[in-house]
Design a protein. Structure first.
Length: 256
């Protein structure tokens, strides 16, 4: 399967691999229409965090590829009992990996109440549950704190009840007006977060009691509206629709 992925990747993308890394999966969004069904699936419904949006599947109004970019669009509209729609694209069942580098070049929405994210969860989530499966947030942004990018991990407490989180943040003042590259490097020794090549947070391995990130994980790209964090200062309903634009997603692994 790896050979097929690499043969189907453009030479330009291959050339963009950081030194010492090999591209193993990616999407350059060089098609038009719905996202590539061979690479992406969808979460659907009112999923978590008391968010306002209904995540839809295979609906161009909420997720489409145009002009070489993935557009995830949150819309204010009645749908299945919800007042907003949006999309959450996932690679579960299509691609998962253990250790590597994730790069996503994206421009974020502006409206108060938006909560875009790039993140990862253990592919065994349906078996072991959350938070035992682990969660790595590559990038989160809440518009009520504009220009501040967050990177975070969540995992089960060592005693087995509840979860704990650790993270950091960095300022990217024009993240809602310009594209930036959000990246994560993950190895058995720890995790490092970057924006445009600048590292701003590290989470080192400190023993198995503080480390559940030793399993294959899948990717998620979603745009939430409201919720426990996103709506901390309200939602500007008049500002919708809002677009979350993704230029590419790339996953690399260390050359052996």
């Amino acid at each position: 399967m790896l050979i097929a992925i690499l043969l189907g990747t453009t030479l330009a993308t291959q050339a963009s691999a950081p030194h010492g890394w090999t591209l193993v999966w990616g999407d350059e969004f060089d098609r038009t229409g719905l996202p590539d069904a061979k690479k992406w699936d969808y979460e659907t419904g009112l999923v978590r965090n008391k968010e306002l949006q209904f995540y839809t599947a295979r609906r161009k109004e909420n997720a489409r590829v145009e002009d070489g970019k993935l557009i995830v669009e949150a819309r204010k509209e009645p749908f299945q009992g919800a007042t907003f729609t949006s999309a959450s694209l996932i690679t579960l069942g299509k691609f998962a990996f253990q250790y590597g580098r994730v790069e996503v070049r994206a421009k974020l929405p502006k409206a108060l109440g938006t909560w875009p994210a790039i993140w990862m969860m253990g592919a065994d989530r349906s078996i072991v549950g959350w938070p035992r499966c682990g969660e790595i947030d590559v990038m989160e942004h809440v518009a009520h704190n504009p220009g501040v990018i967050h990177g975070t991990v969540h995992q089960l407490k060592a005693e087995g009840a509840g979860y704990w989180s650790k993270g950091d943040k960095t300022e990217v003042p024009d993240c809602m007006d310009a594209f930036h590259v959000y990246a994560l490097e993950w190895s058995k020794d720890g995790l490092d977060w970057f924006v445009d090549g600048r590292k701003y947070f590290s989470f080192p391995y400190e023993g198995p009691a503080k480390w559940t990130f030793d399993r294959p994980m899948y990717l998620l790209i979603n745009l939430a509206v409201g919720g426990t964090w996103g709506a901390a200062k309200g939602v500007d309903e008049a500002a919708f629709p809002q677009r979350y634009e993704v230029d590419y997603v790339r996953v690399f692994q260390r050359r052996k």
